[in-house]
Write a protein that binds this ligand. Structure first.
Ligand code: HEC
Ligand code: HEC
Length: 375
């Protein structure tokens, strides 16, 4: 009887000790910038410090590609606000990409992911670059052999155990995507000169020209704020209070001959819904850090912010010759309020100064977001 009792105490002690070696994960403290609402996080993947740290290691790891050459960070570079500065980036085996890499900025607040997909969950979206074949981006084998490489690394052994302490075999694809999602949700940018001026009470953080640009941007004549409004400069914004939002627009970027008016395969939301009213409809992305990642638009076909303003001033882009020739202004699906405006030299300078004031230098250099692997 006594022996039995001792065994029980021993077992309980052993359990306590095991629990102590793998402590429960630490809830993530957002430290949100002023003016930022509480973000929406899916209930099945709560934010923890340990998951974010694991996700950071995975985001910068080329073992997540079929030939060990490409990481998420290859196309999503911190010094480009986690976007890129080329129209498209080839996949790890050289396959041509169709669209421009997007800047991962405040993505926790984004209602739908990528340029024109109704997908809402970062956990699902990551599977596209990892395993997608149209085009092949990171080109991982379907047999998930990369998980063996990760399991064999003592760094990951520790990180996966800390992030998923209740699981016996935590190195799974599902946990890889959960951790990647957690790291990406931590990528908050809210300390640009504009933020210091608008939300932190520093009157002198931006120039008078930029302040004038802010007025023009939100005016009904220029109308930018209608689609790029709110604290995140995108109408596709979700928060803890309003966790659903999916809106897309056609800005008259193309009007080529043929039934889709937009050059295939970049036909917008139509690719997913097959409704003709969705042809050429794209998400209005956040304009935070926009100066850091030219060229612009879903296919990187607009080289500079100056040229972006020309496109909107004309109420749609005209391409005079070549396979994409056409008058974007006349695109049948174009947002009917985008009618164009006259743009003086002064107004152009003001709008550009405002857009540049949205660049957050801290975001580009924050060591918490940088490559954790030794060189
Ligand atoms: C070869 C380049 C490339 C690689 C590698 C890559 N991406 Fe992307 N990423 C893109 C492109 C291109 C888009 C836009 C895709 C589209 O619209 O169809 C994108 C879009 C995204 C978006 C949408 C952002 C938004 O604001 O909607 C997220 C999130 C994302 N990628 C995460 C990742 C993650 C996580 C990885 C690694 C597992 C990764 N990407 C690897 C090129 C890449
Ligand atoms: C009707 C909604 C709408 C209005 C109004 C609007 N935009 Fe946009 N904006 C979009 C959409 C949608 C895209 C993406 C289009 C694409 O890729 O084809 C976009 C893209 C952009 C981009 C490129 C983003 C990137 O990451 O490449 C910039 C810069 C931009 N808009 C600035 C402006 C400015 C400045 C104004 C006002 C003059 C404005 N927008 C007005 C919807 C709008």
């Amino acid at each position: 009887m006594k022996l039995h009792w001792i065994t029980l105490v021993g077992a309980a002690g052993f359990l306590l000790i095991t629990a102590a070696t793998v402590p429960s994960p630490t809830p993530y403290n957002w430290k949100l910038p002023k003016g930022f609402p509480q973000p929406h996080v899916p209930a099945d993947n709560p934010m923890t410090v340990e998951k974010v740290e694991l996700g950071r290691h995975l985001f910068y790891d080329t073992r997540l590609s079929g030939n060990g050459m490409m990481a998420c960070s290859t196309c999503h570079r911190q010094n480009r606000a986690f976007g890129d500065d080329t129209p498209t980036t080839p996949g790890t085996f050289g396959d041509r990409g169709f669209r421009k890499s997007m800047a991962i900025v405040n993505v926790v607040y984004t209602g739908t992911l990528t340029w024109s997909n109704p997908e809402k969950r970062l956990e699902n979206q990551a599977l596209v670059p990892l395993f997608g074949t149209h085009p092949v981006e990171m080109g991982l084998d379907k047999d998930n052999s990369f998980l063996e490489d990760l399991s064999a690394d003592p760094v990951y052994k520790k990180l996966f155990r800390a992030a998923f302490p209740s699981e016996k075999k935590p190195v799974t694809v599902a946990n890889v995507t959960k951790a990647l999602a957690s790291f990406q949700r931590s990528l908050i940018s809210g300390n640009s000169p504009y933020d210091r001026y608008r939300f932190q009470g520093d009157e002198n953080a931006i120039s008078d020209v930029a302040k004038h640009g802010e007025k023009l941007f939100f005016s009904s004549m220029f109308g930018c704020g209608r689609c790029h409004g709110g604290f995140n400069f995108s109408d596709s914004t979700i928060t803890a209070k309003n966790p659903e939002r999916a809106v897309f627009h056609n800005t008259g970027l193309y009007n080529v001959k043929g039934p889709t008016h937009y050059p295939a395969p970049n036909v917008g939301l139509y690719e997913h819904t097959k409704s003709k009213y969705d042809i050429g409809l794209f998400k209005a992305p956040t304009l935070r850090n926009i100066a850091l990642h030219p060229p612009y638009m879903h296919d990187g076909s607009v080289p500079t912010l100056d040229a972006v303003l020309d496109h909107y001033a004309a109420g749609g882009r005209t391409i005079k010759s070549g396979p994409h020739a056409g008058v974007g202004k006349d695109n049948p699906n174009k947002d009917h309020l985008l009618t164009g405006f006259e743009l003086t030299k002064e107004d152009r300078a003001a709008l550009l100064a405002f857009l540049h004031s949205l660049t957050d230098r801290e975001f580009m250099t924050n060591p918490k977001f940088s490559d954790p692997w030794p060189e």
